[in-house]
Design a protein around this ligand. Structure first.
Ligand code: CBF
Length: 828
């Protein structure tokens, strides 16, 4: 308030208001201005990178106007806000997105052309903002897009990692990790050096009096690290609403470095504090669906939630409201268990700092569970929490005590139940079960697809359903933003669709896609549709040629599996299927071979650096490729491609080029999957298991338009037990032949792949590869058959796209807003 300009001087401000460019000439002027002033270059040394920087700055200037106004509007409206806490935001590139969401891509294209640049080259200069591992982080990014598009007052809170997910190089068929330093030039963030929060770690707790003379717990001593805010504007589509993503960066609270040590010549340790503090936000943990229990990870989590909560509370207190209105003003969504300490931190702020009474009944937190995999459910050693956050451990114990007391009064004498649901696991060492804490501290818990939401109620949270009742547990099936995943990634298809469904309105109401059904039998439309797919395949084929020097035929069926490499996602099943195909082709005579459907099997994805088995899978895929791709008997009939360093911007090129994509996790293991939705939306068909959102996709598009195979989730446990009880697992005969080929050395040193084979043969085949193998290859034969009839194939694709309206992230956000956050959009 003190910094605001007095009334009489405000006119001078408003009359000079800068409103950004409005047309091509303005845009060009802005680009030239930025090249010449901000970048201090000229038309004699403006390369593509400078043109990217200047274009981004021109767009950023425009964005800031909307962003400032949105923030002002939200402050004046003083309505409830949603705070989305996510340790990952996999944003990808920003320029293209800003151009499209602001509706100025055509202007930029023409302007850049006049200035001597192709827009695609300029967009291609941008480094991906890769602050996430996979589905969870990308979902958060889609949600930001939808929240802004739907005009919700929303803030994202995350960490500003100096290094995002590593870059993957493939060297001699092996994954090699290289650091991703993405912050060289990032025009999309605004450092707020005036918005800082001091975060405390370690130290002791004692009883003492607060400012009002009340006896409270006082946490003192230890070490302090400063959180600095970096703000990223996130524009909505076709609306001035531009929300804020606030990312925290860590720095030493004590300032730059220790002068005393420096003066005495101890240069190394003079910067040690600074380095230790900066380590907190230095790297993204590169594990997807895997928890490793490291101290630094807990530090990251607390640092981020404590800074975010401080900010949220500060904003709330500025409104001058009383604390009992807090739940009417604030909804916080916990994206997985990573931000669960926020529940504890809020309790600390209220009780210790604000001196309020302990109140459990507030409906502030919602918790989204994204996995049932036991290895991904976070548990922290009690000793670690006690050391790092001594006051928080006490609060966790209190939360647990009150909770267990209420369970005891509801189910007297059931000590087994108490042990099962206790937030503290009585193991050696004792552990804090973060998912249980999240359930106890949240008013709603949701899964991310119907099957997954049912499974959490019958498996990991079964007892909690008994205690809290069914109503606390709900489902919000994931969705994706059609702006990025159709309009931006596949502009020609988006345009064709728009021409049939009444313009671009469908990008804001995806159910309008259903109008496409009217055109399924329109031959001309089908032809245009097929041409677009072909052009997208040609583009990918060129990329494959330029990066791997492999020729692939764009007329072949492009069969794609791109996602994190994980045993439960079963890239191993895919590559065994490819080997089976290769062996089958090799066994055929030339005439028979000619009748076969040519295929290009495309893989992409990163393995967590410490996940040895996943790295072996990558190695096998590459080795198979290097044999098959140069086999003259095979030629174009089969090519095996591993695309290096799969990320969001590669996905934007790969997904539109797919004919068939693979979503083949063991039933019950993939919570939802979201790339399945993106592939179908781009006119590709799916081969998949009855898992995650595949089930709802099937319900929406019809089972005649999807290739499903494999065991059902309800049979998985029995099959696993059956395998475990047998000495040796009887393996599918076709798979046995594949294993024999690998063990015979056909794809390099067989020893490299012993563990992969042994997992199936000797260790219970946990992921049921053998059980599903025959139905998998049979279903691939049906795919070949179906692909031969191109007219019908294209019809299937169009029909599927027409029925994908449900899978917009706008629908998800509306469901969260209504069912969990209880928040209305803000009129623009
Ligand atoms: O809900 C978003 C995605 O989250 C994961 O990626 C995760 O990290 N737990 C799941 O594996 C996906 O199934 C899910 O779509």
């Amino acid at each position: 308030v003190e910094a605001s300009i007095p009334e009489p001087q405000r006119e001078a401000w408003t009359k000079n208001e800068f409103s950004g460019f409005k047309n091509k000439d303005d845009f060009e002027r802005e680009v030239v201005r930025h090249v010449e002033t901000t970048l201090a270059r000229s038309l004699y040394n403006c390369d593509q990178s400078a043109a990217y920087s200047a274009s981004s700055l021109a767009f950023r200037d425009r964005l800031i106007k909307d962003w400032n106004k949105t923030q002002q509007r939200q402050t004046f409206a003083d309505q409830k806000r949603i705070y989305y806490l996510s340790l990952e935001f996999l944003m990808g590139r920003a320029l293209d997105n800003a151009m499209l969401n602001l509706g100025f891509k055509d202007v930029a294209k023409e302007g850049l052309a006049e200035l001597g640049f192709q827009i695609e080259d300029i967009i291609g200069q941008e480094h991906d903002a890769a602050l996430g591992n996979g589905g969870l982080g990308r979902l958060a990014a889609c949600f930001l897009d939808s929240m802004a598009t739907l005009n919700f007052s929303a803030w994202g809170y995350g960490l500003r990692y100096r290094y995002g997910i590593f870059k993957q190089e493939i060297i001699d068929g092996y994954q090699v990790e290289v650091p991703d330093y993405w912050l060289d030039f990032n025009p999309w963030e605004f450092p707020r050096h005036d918005v800082t929060v001091d975060i405390q770690f370690y130290g002791n707790v004692r009883k003492g009096e607060n400012e009002n003379g009340k006896t409270v717990s006082i946490w003192e001593g230890g070490e302090t690290v400063t959180a600095v805010a970096y703000d990223v504007p996130t524009p909505g589509y076709d609306t001035p609403s531009t929300n804020n993503l606030r990312l925290w960066s860590s720095k030493a609270a004590s300032g730059e470095f220790d002068f005393q040590k420096f003066n005495s010549g101890d240069y190394e340790s003079s910067v040690a504090d600074q380095q230790r503090a900066e380590t907190i936000s230095a790297v993204l943990y590169p594990n997807d669906n895997l928890d490793r229990g490291k101290e630094l990870r807990v530090k990251q989590q607390y640092f981020w939630v404590a800074a975010s909560l401080y900010d949220i509370v500060r904003r709330f207190k500025k409104s001058g409201r009383s604390w009992n209105e807090f739940p009417d003003q604030v909804a916080i969504q916990l994206n997985d268990t990573h931000p669960t300490l926020a529940i504890v931190e809020l309790q600390r702020i209220l009780v210790d700092v604000e001196g309020l009474e302990w109140d459990e009944a507030w409906s502030i937190f919602g918790y989204t569970n994204h996995t049932v995999l036991p290895e991904a459910l976070e548990k922290w050693p009690v000793g670690l929490i006690e050391h790092l956050l001594p006051r928080h451990l006490q609060i966790i114990y209190d939360i647990n005590l009150f909770f267990l007391q209420s369970v005891e009064s509801q189910f007297p004498g059931d000590s087994d139940l108490l042990t099962r649901v206790s937030i503290i696991e009585e193991s050696q060492p004792k552990m804090v079960r973060m998912a249980y804490l999240a359930v106890v501290g949240s008013h709603k818990v949701n899964g991310v697809a119907e099957l997954h939401s049912d499974l959490i109620k019958t498996t990991i949270f079964k007892d909690f359903v008994t205690i809290f009742g069914e109503d606390k547990f709900t489902n919000v099936t994931n969705g994706v933003t059609p702006r990025r995943w159709l309009h931006q990634a596949n502009p020609r298809l988006s345009e064709l669709i728009a021409s049939k469904v009444g313009g671009n309105e469908y990008l804001k109401d995806l159910t309008l896609l259903n109008k496409l059904e009217l055109f399924v039998d329109d031959k001309e439309f089908r032809k245009e549709w097929a041409e677009i797919k072909y052009a997208n395949k040609v583009r990918l084929a060129k990329y494959i040629k330029s990066t791997l020097n492999i020729n692939v035929n764009p007329a072949a069926l492009f069969d794609v599996q791109v996602k994190r490499i994980h045993e439960y996602k079963r890239q191993q099943l895919n590559i065994y299927g490819v080997i089976h195909r290769y062996l089958t082709l090799k066994a055929m005579g030339p005439e028979e071979r000619k009748k076969q459907q040519p295929r290009v099997s495309i893989f992409g994805g990163k393995a967590a650096p410490g996940y040895w088995m996943a790295k072996q899978i990558i190695h096998l895929i590459n080795n198979v490729g290097s044999v098959v791709n140069k086999d003259p008997d095979i030629g174009d009939l089969l090519k095996v491609i591993f695309l290096e360093d799969y990320n969001v911007s590669k996905a934007e090129m790969i997904i539109p080029a797919s004919d068939l994509s693979e979503h083949i996790s063991t039933a019950g293991t993939e919570a939802s999957g979201t790339s399945n939705m993106k592939f179908v939306l781009n006119g590709g068909l799916i081969i998949g298991t009855c898992d995650g959102a595949n089930i709802e996709i099937t319900r929406e598009i019809g089972q005649e338009n999807i290739f499903l195979f494999g065991v059902l989730s309800e049979d998985v446990e029995d099959l696993r037990h059956a395998h475990a009880s047998k000495e040796q697992h009887v393996i599918d005969p076709a798979l046995t032949k594949v294993f024999e080929a690998i063990q015979g050395g056909m794809f390099g040193n067989p020893q490299d792949f012993n563990a992969m084979i042994s997992a199936v043969r000797d260790h219970g085949d946990f992921y049921l590869v053998s059980d599903d193998f025959q139905s998998y290859i049979d279903t691939h034969s049906s795919v070949d058959e179906a692909y031969r009839n191109q007219e019908e194939w294209v019809s299937m694709c169009i029909r599927s796209v027409a029925r994908m309206g449900f899978f917009s992230s706008d629908r998800c956000i509306n469901e969260y807003a209504e069912g969990i956050w209880n928040i209305e959009p803000l009129a623009v």
